[in-house]
Design a binder for this molecule. Structure first.
Ligand SMILES: Nc1ncnc2c1ncn2[C@@H]1O[C@H](COP(=O)(O)OP(=O)(O)O)[C@@H](O)[C@H]1O
Ligand code: SF4
Ligand SMILES: [Mg+2]
Length: 334
């Protein structure tokens, strides 16, 4: 097969995930779709509770089922639907082809083993290496993520590292098997601002070096600029807008995105007041029938509470799920 005809690296197609909790159903992910190409960085932006982590766990195959259930959709890796695979075959993708890093490195690392043991174990379990060779690989990886004095620090436990260094260790573990896809779920949220940008720079560098596809999950629009190629704006478990990053900043097509952009400080708009979006996201166990953003939307009309808008195209690689996307897009463009 011609290389250009290969199926996309990762496709999430109409993913639905729900939780059955006592007598209600929490619809955490409601028709999420995106595609990721090799070497591409796709940012998934959404407020807390919008379903970002649940969707990422579904892609990784690490959801607890029950209480969670993938009720619809597919997750395709090079065309193969991972959700249809038996767990034994699914496991082969985890770590090896798709890896994930989490917001909270301290709880993701095992407190009773040294970081050297934890990184070496990746090579022992997945690559069948012996102790000494695995440790040599671990040192190399720790150097790659720029942990100073890697050889001696191998013997330290997670709590002996700073937050930023622990996040580097998690990145090292995620990259150990050179995955094709890395999902980073709010990787810098727990860190202070200077460390955040160091970690983002490191991630980006490693991604380019390894030609990985990177799914960068964040609630912070500031993290996205200069890092991501494309962006998916998520709200109440589904996509509101998808666009190349620069285009999204210049010409948003969804009222929710317009609201988000107005609520973050921008260097080129200094002095203009920031306007937070009023209200709160809908309860995932009682989603409104029409547009999920309708209760907060300044442009909402009667149709919005009745009909859920489909994702429709407004430009090159740019689409939005709003009945009035064309108008919003046009208004901002002028
Ligand atoms: N174990 C669970 N049981 C019930 N609801 C859950 C569970 N885990 C997550 N949820 C719900 O799923 C929704 C999405 O959560 P999450 O993906 O963690 O949001 P985000 O990562 O965007 O902040 C939330 O409404 C959350 O309350
Ligand atoms: S569909 Fe209606 S409520 Fe939803 S974002 Fe568009 S204008 Fe607002
Ligand atoms: Mg989350």
């Amino acid at each position: 097969m011609d290389k250009t005809e290969r199926p996309p690296l990762l496709e999430v197609d109409d993913l639905h995930v729900e939780f059955r909790v006592r007598d209600s159903v929490v619809r955490a992910v409601n028709g999420l779709s995106y595609t990721l190409a090799e070497s591409e960085t796709l940012a998934i932006l959404g407020e807390s509770g919008s379903g970002k982590s649940v969707a990422a766990q579904a892609v990784m195959g690490i959801l607890d089922t029950p209480p969670a259930r993938v009720s619809r959709g597919e997750v395709r890796f090079r065309g193969e639907n991972l959700l249809a695979l038996p767990e034994r075959r699914r496991r082969a993708f985890r770590g090896d082809r798709i890896a994930m890093i989490f917001q909270d490195a301290l709880s993701a690392l095992n407190p009773v083993f040294t970081v050297g043991d934890q990184i070496s174990e990746m090579f022992q379990v997945h690559r069948g290496m012996r102790g000494k060779a695995a440790r040599a690989e671990a040192v190399e990886l720790m150097e790659r993520v720029r942990i100073p004095s890697a050889r001696t620090r191998l013997r330290d436990y997670p709590h002996q590292f700073s937050g930023g260094m622990r996040q580097r260790i998690m990145i090292a573990m995620a990259l150990a098997l050179e995955p094709d896809v890395l999902i980073a779920d709010e990787p810098t949220t727990a860190l202070d601002v200077t460390v955040q940008s160091q970690i983002m720079r490191l991630l980006k560098e490693l991604q380019e070096e390894l030609r990985m596809g990177l799914v960068l999950i964040t609630h912070d629009l500031g993290v996205v600029a200069g890092v991501a190629d494309r962006i998916v704006v998520m709200y109440a478990g589904s996509v509101m807008e998808e666009s190349p990053v620069r285009e999204l900043y210049r010409r948003p097509a969804h009222p929710y995105t317009v609201g988000l952009l107005a609520s973050v400080p921008r260097l080129d708009r200094r002095g203009e007041p920031l306007v937070p979006i009023k209200g709160a996201p809908p309860d995932a166990s009682a989603l409104p029938p029409g547009c999920p953003f309708a209760p907060r939307c300044p442009r909402a009309e009667e149709i919005c509470t009745r009909e859920r808008p489909a994702l429709s195209r407004v430009g090159d690689g740019h689409s939005a799920a709003c009945h009035f996307a064309e108008e919003v897009f046009g208004a901002v463009a002028n």
